[in-house]
Design a protein around this ligand. Structure first.
Ligand code: GAR
Length: 230
């Protein structure tokens, strides 16, 4: 009797990076990450969505997408440290290897940040290191800068600080309001957060000397000054 033909083994998909997404509000950046992770070839998967606010709108969106959600309300804890200990244990239990802060509006202590050093990234609505903090669109208009944008970066103990992975830049138009500018920035946030996550999950980003080095940089392009008047 001849030997049976060898069984064909389907090729094994490479393991996907397990990601926790932390939110405090509407969660539109989280949605962009969910959409990216839904692509079969995307190198990351979301294992938990955590909110520090029980009323965060993003929680429903995450549940609708079939994701595990968890509320860890900072008001239930007596100190920042005890809140962060609960957060840390949930993240460890979830198996997450990377945290994506997506509109997570709670300052994290350096103790927590160092525990997740180079394993936690954030999106911020400005071209860092300019315009750290809140109300970036208003402040950009007040300052009269010609360009604005958004940044994805590794998190460091100082607020909105850390090695930069990706940025998008757009012109400030003469008739812009904080809302119109913010809406255009948000569109770009939704582009660069998945891009940055892909680069990190593919192991293409290394942090050296306070900078994030990317081994396959995008092609060199230039932006020119936007119109000075309408
Ligand atoms: C986004 O614009 C994000 O960049 C910003 O909060 C918004 C959250 O929106 N984050 C920060 O300002 C952090 N410093 P979203 O909940 O719809 O993603």
């Amino acid at each position: 009797m001849s030997a049976p033909p060898p069984m064909s083994v389907p090729p094994k998909a490479p393991p996907r990076l397990k990601v926790a997404v932390l939110i405090s509000g509407r969660g539109s950046n989280m949605e962009a990450l969910i959409a990216a992770c839904a692509e079969p070839e995307f190198p990351a998967e979301i294992v938990t969505v955590v909110s520090n606010r029980p009323d965060a709108k993003g929680l429903d969106k995450a549940r609708d997408a079939g994701l595990t959600t968890k509320v860890i309300d900072h008001k239930d804890f007596q100190s920042r440290e005890s809140f962060e200990d609960a957060l840390h244990s949930h993240l460890e239990d979830s198996g997450a290897k990377l945290i994506c802060l997506a509109g997570f509006m709670r300052l994290l202590t350096s103790r927590f940040v160092e525990r997740w050093r180079d394993r936690m990234i954030n999106i911020h609505p400005s071209l860092l290191p300019s315009f750290k903090g809140l109300h970036t669109h208003e402040r950009v208009l007040e300052a009269g800068t010609r360009f604005h944008g958004c940044t994805v970066h590794f998190v460091r103990p100082e607020m909105d600080d850390g090695p930069i992975i990706a940025q998008a830049c757009l012109p400030v138009m003469p008739n812009d309001t904080p809302d119109s500018l913010g809406a255009r920035v948000l569109v770009q946030e939704h582009r660069i957060y998945p891009l940055a996550l892909r680069l990190v999950a593919e192991g293409k980003v290394i942090v050296r000397g306070g900078r994030a080095l990317i081994d396959s940089p995008p092609p060199d392009t230039a932006l020119v000054n936007p119109p000075f008047s309408d």
